[in-house]
Design a protein around this ligand. Structure first.
Ligand SMILES: [Zn+2]
Length: 235
């Protein structure tokens, strides 16, 4: 019976370990795919001729949202919306560009601006839990390691609990990201920013980017399960 338990324990340990490696590998493939999909449609100029920031402006105006800043930032795929400053930052391959990819990504960020303007629940929740998530992710690993080292299981479980905050954050991120893309697609098709076939290509760009967040959640869940499995073996 004892041997059987030991065997079972090592099997569950291996399961989370292997699944985690697979998830990390899949995440790498996804991030490569995001770049290749973006680059593919970055070569396709929109027929409306609008640049990414003009498209953002049209989308925001069409939704009655004014006063959102738009700026250019360095890097690639670093585009973001900061709800604290109400500024959309567009990367070098997006700002000033009129490609289907650039417009798609820019309108996605405008989708985030609309979420805050309309007080979309999941976006507000995500913003509200940023401080606790940061606190949790900074403390979880030290607590877990010190707990395992000293054999002090209460510390280990506290570390796992703190880590689960970041898993929860990744979970809340999903509806926020999917909703921003949904708003972007509705605006691009509805406001004449992109034609039907172009919008389909922009959707490919946004869908591949959304997979990044799905992979991040899967990886986080598997890491959580792995920590739990390690803690249970020690308990
Ligand atoms: Zn986003």
């Amino acid at each position: 019976m004892y041997l059987y338990h030991g065997y079972y324990g090592s099997v569950s340990f291996d399961w989370t370990y292997i699944a985690l490696i697979i998830a990390m590998f899949v995440s790498m493939i996804i991030s490569v795919r995001v770049k290749t999909t973006f680059n593919k449609y970055a070569k396709k100029a929109s027929r409306s001729g609008l640049t990414a920031e003009q498209a953002v402006q049209r989308m925001l105006n069409a939704n009655g949202v004014y006063g959102v800043g738009i700026q250019r930032i360095g890097g690639s795929l670093t585009d973001n919306y900061n709800p604290k400053t109400n500024v959309i930052s567009l990367s070098e391959s997006v700002y000033g560009k009129n490609s289907v990819s650039a417009i798609g990504v820019a309108c996605h960020e405008a989708g985030h601006a609309l979420q805050y303007a309309e007080e979309y629940g999941p976006a507000k929740l995500r913003l509200a839990i940023v401080p606790v998530t940061n606190f949790g992710s900074r403390l979880s690993m030290p607590l877990l390691l010190i707990g395992l080292f000293l054999g002090f299981m209460e510390l280990v479980w506290a570390g796992i609990l703190l880590f689960s905050l970041s898993t929860f954050f990744q979970l809340v991120t999903l509806p926020v990201e999917f909703d921003a893309s949904k708003r972007a697609l509705a605006a691009m098709e509805g406001s004449g920013i992109l034609m039907d076939d172009e919008a389909k290509d922009a959707k490919r760009v946004l869908s591949s980017a959304a997979m990044t967040y799905v992979a991040a959640l899967a990886t986080s869940v598997l890491m959580l399960l792995r920590y739990i499995s390690i803690a249970k073996r020690r308990d």
